[in-house]
Write a protein that binds this ligand. Structure first.
Ligand code: FAQ
Length: 323
Protein backbone atom coordinates (compact mmCIF):
# COMPACT_ATOMS: atom_id res chain seq x y z
CA UNK A 1 0.00 0.00 0.00
CA UNK A 2 1.35 3.48 -0.88
CA UNK A 3 2.32 5.49 2.21
CA UNK A 4 -0.21 8.34 1.64
CA UNK A 5 -3.06 5.85 1.28
CA UNK A 6 -2.02 4.35 4.56
CA UNK A 7 -1.83 7.78 6.16
CA UNK A 8 -5.27 8.72 4.82
CA UNK A 9 -6.81 5.49 6.12
CA UNK A 10 -5.24 6.09 9.53
CA UNK A 11 -6.47 9.66 9.49
CA UNK A 12 -10.04 8.56 8.74
CA UNK A 13 -9.94 6.00 11.52
CA UNK A 14 -8.52 8.64 13.87
CA UNK A 15 -11.34 11.14 13.23
CA UNK A 16 -13.97 8.39 13.18
CA UNK A 17 -12.89 7.54 16.73
CA UNK A 18 -13.76 11.14 17.70
CA UNK A 19 -10.17 12.29 18.13
CA UNK A 20 -9.27 15.91 17.49
CA UNK A 21 -6.88 16.93 14.73
CA UNK A 22 -4.40 19.57 15.85
CA UNK A 23 -2.39 22.03 13.68
CA UNK A 24 0.85 20.04 13.68
CA UNK A 25 -0.77 16.67 12.93
CA UNK A 26 -0.59 15.15 9.48
CA UNK A 27 -3.82 15.75 7.55
CA UNK A 28 -4.89 15.22 3.93
CA UNK A 29 -4.41 18.34 1.80
CA UNK A 30 -8.09 18.30 0.86
CA UNK A 31 -9.09 18.23 4.56
CA UNK A 32 -6.92 21.30 5.17
CA UNK A 33 -8.37 23.05 2.11
CA UNK A 34 -11.96 22.30 3.12
CA UNK A 35 -11.36 23.65 6.58
CA UNK A 36 -9.72 26.84 5.31
CA UNK A 37 -12.70 27.31 2.99
CA UNK A 38 -15.34 26.72 5.64
CA UNK A 39 -13.65 28.53 8.54
CA UNK A 40 -12.72 31.57 6.45
CA UNK A 41 -16.26 31.77 5.00
CA UNK A 42 -17.54 31.55 8.54
CA UNK A 43 -15.17 34.32 9.72
CA UNK A 44 -16.16 36.57 6.82
CA UNK A 45 -19.83 35.95 7.65
CA UNK A 46 -19.32 37.13 11.20
CA UNK A 47 -17.58 40.31 10.09
CA UNK A 48 -19.90 41.14 7.18
CA UNK A 49 -22.76 40.16 9.49
CA UNK A 50 -21.91 43.11 11.73
CA UNK A 51 -23.06 45.53 9.02
CA UNK A 52 -26.86 45.01 8.91
CA UNK A 53 -27.11 45.38 12.69
CA UNK A 54 -24.51 48.10 13.18
CA UNK A 55 -26.79 50.08 10.90
CA UNK A 56 -29.33 50.27 13.77
CA UNK A 57 -27.09 51.10 16.73
CA UNK A 58 -27.68 54.86 16.49
CA UNK A 59 -31.42 54.32 16.04
CA UNK A 60 -32.07 51.80 18.83
CA UNK A 61 -35.22 52.92 20.70
CA UNK A 62 -33.68 53.08 24.21
CA UNK A 63 -30.32 53.26 25.94
CA UNK A 64 -30.79 49.64 27.09
CA UNK A 65 -31.50 48.48 23.55
CA UNK A 66 -28.52 50.43 22.26
CA UNK A 67 -26.14 48.88 24.82
CA UNK A 68 -27.35 45.37 24.07
CA UNK A 69 -27.11 45.80 20.31
CA UNK A 70 -23.66 47.37 20.59
CA UNK A 71 -22.45 44.42 22.70
CA UNK A 72 -23.93 41.94 20.24
CA UNK A 73 -22.32 43.54 17.21
CA UNK A 74 -19.00 43.63 19.07
CA UNK A 75 -19.37 39.92 19.88
CA UNK A 76 -19.73 39.16 16.16
CA UNK A 77 -16.45 40.97 15.49
CA UNK A 78 -14.86 38.85 18.21
CA UNK A 79 -16.20 35.67 16.58
CA UNK A 80 -14.56 36.77 13.34
CA UNK A 81 -11.24 37.12 15.18
CA UNK A 82 -11.41 33.67 16.81
CA UNK A 83 -12.27 32.15 13.45
CA UNK A 84 -9.56 33.95 11.45
CA UNK A 85 -7.10 32.77 14.12
CA UNK A 86 -8.36 29.18 13.84
CA UNK A 87 -7.98 29.32 10.03
CA UNK A 88 -4.45 30.73 10.36
CA UNK A 89 -3.38 27.59 12.25
CA UNK A 90 -3.91 25.76 8.93
CA UNK A 91 -1.20 27.79 7.20
CA UNK A 92 -3.17 30.57 5.55
CA UNK A 93 -2.74 34.21 6.53
CA UNK A 94 -5.36 36.65 7.68
CA UNK A 95 -4.22 39.12 5.01
CA UNK A 96 -4.79 36.52 2.31
CA UNK A 97 -8.27 35.65 3.60
CA UNK A 98 -9.27 39.30 3.84
CA UNK A 99 -7.85 40.09 0.40
CA UNK A 100 -10.00 37.25 -1.00
CA UNK A 101 -13.09 38.66 0.68
CA UNK A 102 -12.46 42.20 -0.53
CA UNK A 103 -11.72 40.99 -4.05
CA UNK A 104 -15.11 39.26 -4.09
CA UNK A 105 -13.45 35.82 -4.39
CA UNK A 106 -14.51 34.47 -1.00
CA UNK A 107 -18.01 33.57 0.09
CA UNK A 108 -19.86 34.70 3.20
CA UNK A 109 -23.35 33.77 4.35
CA UNK A 110 -26.14 34.66 1.93
CA UNK A 111 -28.24 36.03 4.79
CA UNK A 112 -26.18 39.19 5.20
CA UNK A 113 -27.10 40.40 1.74
CA UNK A 114 -30.60 41.35 2.85
CA UNK A 115 -31.44 44.83 4.19
CA UNK A 116 -32.53 45.64 7.75
CA UNK A 117 -35.42 48.01 7.18
CA UNK A 118 -37.04 48.51 10.61
CA UNK A 119 -36.23 48.05 14.29
CA UNK A 120 -38.18 44.78 14.17
CA UNK A 121 -35.46 43.47 11.87
CA UNK A 122 -33.10 43.58 14.86
CA UNK A 123 -35.52 41.20 16.54
CA UNK A 124 -35.85 38.97 13.50
CA UNK A 125 -32.09 38.83 12.89
CA UNK A 126 -31.34 37.90 16.50
CA UNK A 127 -34.16 35.39 16.77
CA UNK A 128 -33.94 33.76 13.33
CA UNK A 129 -30.44 34.43 12.00
CA UNK A 130 -28.63 33.82 15.27
CA UNK A 131 -31.08 31.00 15.96
CA UNK A 132 -30.16 29.34 12.66
CA UNK A 133 -26.48 30.04 13.33
CA UNK A 134 -26.68 28.23 16.71
CA UNK A 135 -28.56 25.34 15.17
CA UNK A 136 -25.75 24.91 12.67
CA UNK A 137 -22.90 25.67 15.02
CA UNK A 138 -23.65 23.56 18.08
CA UNK A 139 -22.64 20.54 16.00
CA UNK A 140 -19.42 22.37 15.09
CA UNK A 141 -18.34 22.29 18.75
CA UNK A 142 -17.79 18.57 17.91
CA UNK A 143 -16.02 19.19 14.62
CA UNK A 144 -12.83 17.19 14.18
CA UNK A 145 -10.42 20.13 13.90
CA UNK A 146 -9.39 21.13 17.44
CA UNK A 147 -8.90 24.91 17.05
CA UNK A 148 -12.24 25.27 15.20
CA UNK A 149 -14.16 23.17 17.71
CA UNK A 150 -12.74 25.12 20.66
CA UNK A 151 -13.58 28.47 19.05
CA UNK A 152 -17.12 27.24 18.47
CA UNK A 153 -17.75 26.52 22.16
CA UNK A 154 -17.44 30.16 23.12
CA UNK A 155 -19.16 31.39 19.96
CA UNK A 156 -22.22 29.23 20.66
CA UNK A 157 -22.56 30.57 24.19
CA UNK A 158 -22.57 34.12 22.85
CA UNK A 159 -24.93 33.28 19.98
CA UNK A 160 -27.35 31.91 22.51
CA UNK A 161 -27.51 35.31 24.21
CA UNK A 162 -27.96 36.93 20.79
CA UNK A 163 -30.87 34.68 19.93
CA UNK A 164 -32.62 35.56 23.17
CA UNK A 165 -32.12 39.29 22.76
CA UNK A 166 -33.70 39.05 19.30
CA UNK A 167 -36.63 37.02 20.56
CA UNK A 168 -37.16 39.52 23.37
CA UNK A 169 -37.42 42.37 20.84
CA UNK A 170 -39.95 40.37 18.81
CA UNK A 171 -41.93 39.48 21.92
CA UNK A 172 -42.21 43.14 22.98
CA UNK A 173 -43.28 44.24 19.51
CA UNK A 174 -45.73 41.37 19.10
CA UNK A 175 -47.37 42.33 22.39
CA UNK A 176 -47.32 46.05 21.62
CA UNK A 177 -49.62 48.25 19.52
CA UNK A 178 -51.16 47.01 16.29
CA UNK A 179 -48.47 48.87 14.33
CA UNK A 180 -45.72 47.26 16.37
CA UNK A 181 -47.18 43.81 15.90
CA UNK A 182 -47.48 44.44 12.15
CA UNK A 183 -43.84 45.53 12.08
CA UNK A 184 -42.78 42.30 13.82
CA UNK A 185 -44.87 40.20 11.42
CA UNK A 186 -43.41 42.03 8.41
CA UNK A 187 -39.87 41.36 9.65
CA UNK A 188 -40.68 37.67 10.15
CA UNK A 189 -42.17 37.52 6.64
CA UNK A 190 -38.99 38.94 5.11
CA UNK A 191 -36.43 36.97 7.16
CA UNK A 192 -38.05 33.53 7.33
CA UNK A 193 -37.11 32.11 3.94
CA UNK A 194 -33.59 33.63 3.79
CA UNK A 195 -32.98 32.13 7.28
CA UNK A 196 -33.91 28.67 5.99
CA UNK A 197 -31.44 29.17 3.12
CA UNK A 198 -28.60 29.80 5.58
CA UNK A 199 -28.25 26.03 6.08
CA UNK A 200 -27.10 25.69 2.49
CA UNK A 201 -28.49 23.78 -0.49
CA UNK A 202 -30.53 20.62 0.04
CA UNK A 203 -28.45 17.51 0.70
CA UNK A 204 -28.70 16.19 -2.85
CA UNK A 205 -27.34 19.55 -4.14
CA UNK A 206 -24.58 19.93 -1.53
CA UNK A 207 -21.27 18.97 -3.15
CA UNK A 208 -19.18 19.24 0.03
CA UNK A 209 -21.38 17.48 2.57
CA UNK A 210 -20.51 13.81 2.07
CA UNK A 211 -16.76 14.31 2.38
CA UNK A 212 -17.10 16.82 5.23
CA UNK A 213 -19.28 14.36 7.14
CA UNK A 214 -16.77 11.54 6.57
CA UNK A 215 -14.01 13.76 7.96
CA UNK A 216 -16.27 14.71 10.89
CA UNK A 217 -16.00 18.39 9.94
CA UNK A 218 -19.78 18.60 9.53
CA UNK A 219 -21.75 16.45 11.96
CA UNK A 220 -25.26 16.86 10.57
CA UNK A 221 -26.59 17.43 7.07
CA UNK A 222 -27.92 20.76 5.76
CA UNK A 223 -31.47 19.39 5.51
CA UNK A 224 -31.47 17.80 8.97
CA UNK A 225 -30.32 21.06 10.56
CA UNK A 226 -32.89 23.07 8.61
CA UNK A 227 -35.65 20.72 9.80
CA UNK A 228 -34.49 20.96 13.43
CA UNK A 229 -34.52 24.75 13.17
CA UNK A 230 -38.06 24.80 11.77
CA UNK A 231 -39.34 22.38 14.41
CA UNK A 232 -37.89 24.55 17.15
CA UNK A 233 -38.86 27.95 15.75
CA UNK A 234 -42.51 27.39 14.77
CA UNK A 235 -43.71 27.02 18.40
CA UNK A 236 -41.71 30.13 19.33
CA UNK A 237 -43.60 32.12 16.67
CA UNK A 238 -46.91 30.70 17.88
CA UNK A 239 -46.08 31.63 21.47
CA UNK A 240 -45.83 35.32 20.57
CA UNK A 241 -48.78 35.24 18.18
CA UNK A 242 -46.91 35.63 14.88
CA UNK A 243 -47.48 33.50 11.78
CA UNK A 244 -44.81 31.79 9.75
CA UNK A 245 -45.20 32.94 6.13
CA UNK A 246 -45.60 29.46 4.68
CA UNK A 247 -49.07 28.21 3.71
CA UNK A 248 -47.71 24.65 3.40
CA UNK A 249 -46.33 24.52 6.92
CA UNK A 250 -48.05 21.68 8.77
CA UNK A 251 -47.20 19.32 11.60
CA UNK A 252 -46.69 15.80 10.28
CA UNK A 253 -47.61 13.37 13.02
CA UNK A 254 -46.07 10.42 11.25
CA UNK A 255 -42.68 12.04 10.69
CA UNK A 256 -42.73 13.88 14.00
CA UNK A 257 -41.66 17.03 12.13
CA UNK A 258 -43.18 20.02 10.38
CA UNK A 259 -43.66 19.70 6.64
CA UNK A 260 -42.85 22.96 4.91
CA UNK A 261 -43.17 24.64 1.51
CA UNK A 262 -40.61 24.69 -1.29
CA UNK A 263 -37.59 26.92 -0.83
CA UNK A 264 -36.85 29.24 -3.75
CA UNK A 265 -33.36 27.99 -4.52
CA UNK A 266 -33.04 30.30 -7.50
CA UNK A 267 -33.07 33.20 -5.04
CA UNK A 268 -30.40 31.52 -2.91
CA UNK A 269 -28.07 30.87 -5.85
CA UNK A 270 -28.57 34.42 -7.15
CA UNK A 271 -27.60 35.87 -3.75
CA UNK A 272 -24.56 33.57 -3.44
CA UNK A 273 -23.49 34.57 -6.96
CA UNK A 274 -23.38 38.21 -5.85
CA UNK A 275 -26.81 39.37 -7.00
CA UNK A 276 -28.68 39.74 -3.71
CA UNK A 277 -30.22 43.03 -2.61
CA UNK A 278 -27.14 44.24 -0.68
CA UNK A 279 -24.08 42.31 -1.98
CA UNK A 280 -22.48 45.38 -3.56
CA UNK A 281 -23.19 47.59 -0.57
CA UNK A 282 -21.76 45.05 1.90
CA UNK A 283 -18.49 44.60 0.01
CA UNK A 284 -18.11 48.34 -0.48
CA UNK A 285 -18.60 48.89 3.25
CA UNK A 286 -15.91 46.29 4.06
CA UNK A 287 -13.49 47.76 1.51
CA UNK A 288 -14.01 51.25 2.91
CA UNK A 289 -13.50 50.05 6.51
CA UNK A 290 -10.34 48.20 5.44
CA UNK A 291 -8.90 51.28 3.70
CA UNK A 292 -9.81 53.57 6.59
CA UNK A 293 -8.25 51.14 9.08
CA UNK A 294 -4.89 51.03 7.27
CA UNK A 295 -3.31 53.49 9.70
CA UNK A 296 -4.37 51.34 12.67
CA UNK A 297 -2.71 48.25 11.17
CA UNK A 298 0.44 50.25 10.40
CA UNK A 299 0.57 51.67 13.93
CA UNK A 300 -0.02 48.24 15.48
CA UNK A 301 2.74 46.68 13.35
CA UNK A 302 5.16 49.49 14.19
CA UNK A 303 4.37 49.05 17.89
CA UNK A 304 4.83 45.26 17.69
CA UNK A 305 8.17 45.70 15.87
CA UNK A 306 9.35 48.12 18.54
CA UNK A 307 8.33 45.73 21.29
CA UNK A 308 10.13 42.77 19.74
CA UNK A 309 13.27 44.86 19.15
CA UNK A 310 13.25 45.67 22.85
CA UNK A 311 12.65 42.03 23.83
CA UNK A 312 14.71 39.93 21.42
CA UNK A 313 13.99 36.64 23.18
CA UNK A 314 10.36 35.87 23.99
CA UNK A 315 9.62 36.03 27.67
CA UNK A 316 12.80 37.88 28.61
CA UNK A 317 12.65 41.46 29.80
CA UNK A 318 14.26 43.97 27.41
CA UNK A 319 16.77 45.15 29.95
CA UNK A 320 17.87 43.39 33.07
CA UNK A 321 16.01 44.76 36.07
CA UNK A 322 18.02 47.21 38.09
CA UNK A 323 19.12 45.60 41.33
N1 FAQ B 1 -24.41 31.39 2.00
O1 FAQ B 1 -21.71 21.86 -0.24
P1 FAQ B 1 -22.35 22.90 0.60
C1 FAQ B 1 -23.79 33.82 11.66
C2 FAQ B 1 -22.09 27.55 -0.40
S1 FAQ B 1 -22.55 32.95 10.91
C3 FAQ B 1 -23.41 31.43 1.10
O2 FAQ B 1 -23.52 22.50 1.41
P2 FAQ B 1 -20.72 23.29 2.97
C4 FAQ B 1 -23.51 34.52 12.94
C5 FAQ B 1 -20.95 26.72 0.18
O3 FAQ B 1 -19.99 27.56 0.76
C6 FAQ B 1 -23.30 32.29 9.43
N2 FAQ B 1 -22.87 30.33 0.56
O4 FAQ B 1 -21.22 23.62 1.49
C7 FAQ B 1 -24.06 35.88 12.91
C8 FAQ B 1 -20.48 25.97 -1.03
O5 FAQ B 1 -19.67 26.83 -1.85
P3 FAQ B 1 -18.08 26.57 -2.07
C9 FAQ B 1 -22.34 31.52 8.68
C10 FAQ B 1 -23.36 29.14 0.97
O6 FAQ B 1 -19.59 24.17 3.27
C11 FAQ B 1 -25.39 36.12 13.19
C12 FAQ B 1 -21.77 25.77 -1.83
O7 FAQ B 1 -22.70 26.73 -1.36
N3 FAQ B 1 -22.18 30.22 9.29
O8 FAQ B 1 -24.83 33.82 11.11
C13 FAQ B 1 -24.37 29.03 1.92
O9 FAQ B 1 -20.53 21.83 3.15
C14 FAQ B 1 -25.89 37.43 13.16
C15 FAQ B 1 -22.30 24.36 -1.65
O10 FAQ B 1 -22.78 24.14 -0.32
C16 FAQ B 1 -21.18 29.41 8.91
O11 FAQ B 1 -20.38 29.73 8.06
C17 FAQ B 1 -24.91 30.22 2.44
N4 FAQ B 1 -25.91 30.23 3.33
O12 FAQ B 1 -21.97 23.70 3.88
C18 FAQ B 1 -23.21 36.93 12.61
C19 FAQ B 1 -21.11 28.10 9.66
N5 FAQ B 1 -24.65 27.73 2.12
O13 FAQ B 1 -17.40 26.95 -0.80
C20 FAQ B 1 -23.72 38.26 12.59
C21 FAQ B 1 -20.02 27.23 9.16
C22 FAQ B 1 -23.83 27.04 1.31
O14 FAQ B 1 -17.91 25.10 -2.36
C23 FAQ B 1 -25.07 38.49 12.88
N6 FAQ B 1 -20.26 26.74 7.82
N7 FAQ B 1 -23.06 27.89 0.61
O15 FAQ B 1 -17.73 27.47 -3.21
C24 FAQ B 1 -20.99 25.63 7.56
O16 FAQ B 1 -21.53 24.99 8.44
C25 FAQ B 1 -21.08 25.18 6.12
O17 FAQ B 1 -20.03 25.80 5.41
C26 FAQ B 1 -22.45 25.49 5.46
C27 FAQ B 1 -22.37 25.06 3.98
C28 FAQ B 1 -23.55 24.71 6.14
C29 FAQ B 1 -22.77 26.98 5.50
Amino acid sequence: MAPTVDLEARFLAYVAAENKVEPKHWMPDAYRKTLVRQISQHAHSEVVGMLPEANWITRAPSLRAKLILLAKVQDEGGHGLYLYSAAETLGTSRDQMIDDLLAGKAKYSSIFNYPTLTWADMGAVGWLVDGAAIQNQVMLCRTSYGPYSRAMVRICKEESFHQRQGYEIMMHLARGTQEQKAMAQDALNRWWWPSLMMFGPSDDQSPNSAQSMAWRIKRKSNDDLRQEFIDKTVPQAEFIGLSIPDPDLKWNEERGHYDFGAIDWSEFFAVVAGNGPCNTERLEARRKAHAEGAWVREAASAYAAKQSARRPAAGLPAKPHAA
